[in-house]
Design a protein. Structure first.
Length: 138
């Protein structure tokens, strides 16, 4: 069997070879398949990260609303149990702490949020919102 380099340095050609040389279209299809196989997992990772970011934002907003409503209710003189239970309904899973800051009421709400996919099971983010409202009663 006799082999030689093809013009333009595109590979070797052999006389008597039973395998046909790959056409340019076949090589392009193969590279497109490879690029797609590499790009799809990357795009999925970006989509998961975006969804988790949106989820973290929504949880942060819910924590802020819960802390704000509890602080407002406590500043008006409502019993702490009632104010905190209403706040807990609006942000389930949150830990709420009340601190008396002299002439103001401070409510701190925090919650741990785990990653949305099992492969990232150990990754958690702790979100915290704090609200201070001046007391409306003695």
């Amino acid at each position: 069997m006799r082999c030689w380099l093809s013009p333009g340095g595109r590979g070797a050609r052999c006389a008597g070879s039973r395998l046909p040389a790959a056409s340019p279209a076949a090589r392009v299809r193969g590279s497109v398949l490879l690029e797609t196989a590499l790009a799809v997992p990357l795009l999925l990772a970006v989509a998961v990260a975006l969804c988790w970011g949106i989820s973290l934002t929504a949880t942060t907003l819910a924590l802020g609303d819960a802390a704000r409503s509890a602080a407002r209710d406590l500043a008006r003189g409502e019993p702490p149990e009632a104010a905190l239970s209403r706040a807990q309904e609006s942000a389930p899973g949150a830990r709420l702490r009340v601190e008396d800051a002299g002439g103001a009421v401070s409510v701190v709400a925090d919650q741990e949020v785990a990653a949305p996919v099992p492969i990232l099971r150990g990754i958690t983010v702790t979100l915290t919102q704090s609200v201070v409202v001046p007391k409306e009663w003695g």
